[in-house]
Write a protein that binds this ligand. Sequence first.
Ligand code: PBG
Length: 312
Amino acid sequence: MREAHLSAANLIWPVFVLEGERRVVEVPTLPGVARLSIDELLPRAEEAHRLGVAALAIFPVIESEKTPRAEEAMNPDGLVPRAVRALKRALPELGVITDVALDPYTSHGQDGLIDDTGYVLNDETIEVLVRQALTHAAAGADFVAPSDMMDGRIGAVRRALDEAGHAMTAILAYSAKYASSFYGPFRDAVGSARALGKSSKETYQLDPGNAREGLRECALDVAEGADMLMVKPGLPYLDMVTRVEEAFGLPVAVYQVSGEYAMLRAAAAMGAIDYARCLMESLVCFRRAGASAILTYGALDAARLLADQGGE
Ligand code: PBG
């Protein structure tokens, strides 16, 4: 009688990569998640793939090259292109999604370039995002995923990819992305929290009270060529998952973000809830709401649990 089903093929695993070898660096505010050097990532990616996880979403931890203009984001031999090449070489069938945004690379922690007052400059940023996306596509990314929320970047990235011969590189657009306080542990993981200080992203991310504006942002991204739309964060925004799914007929991804995941872990650690059961419940609820793909730091755990249950 069950209506909504969850399988590992619905899952996308966000991972943090850093330079070096044999490095597994825990994120204190994100229990159960570690930043990994590429050699440490590969065996874990292999397990995820073996269990049927659809794709990895790669986020870089840039330790020494943060600059005001994020030059490292366009380096063809940077950490992300190297991680993509290593994954595609070892596991060609595992999907690889890259993050198009500048926050891991900027000394100020914003997703874009800023002016003297700290205001994020839309059009100047798009030029850099386009070059970043081309670098990822050339390395072999299956999807580029602009999470920056600049206006017009989906169309600009789509045109540039097509002109450069990357017509088959798809775009996962972070379309309904809210200016949320649930991103805290992620910002600790990539080191943008300290850089950001007291500044916020409210000039380009959405107001949590706005549903129609979220739909408008989705409509723009659909018109500009997005292949898949994202709603982010997850559980507090389930209404948006359903509305976006019903409105556009494109597959919808939802991101169970770092703060949501940390809450599950923290509550489990104090004995208040059962981690595995609450994780699986939240994931099936995303499916019920209409999501095709779910980004969760618990993807590998969930895939193991699904395998223990004999698939589904
Ligand atoms: C920024 C980006 C963020 C996340 C993914 N990409 C944080 C932000 O917008 O500040 C958050 C993901 C999470 O919290 O798990 N480009």
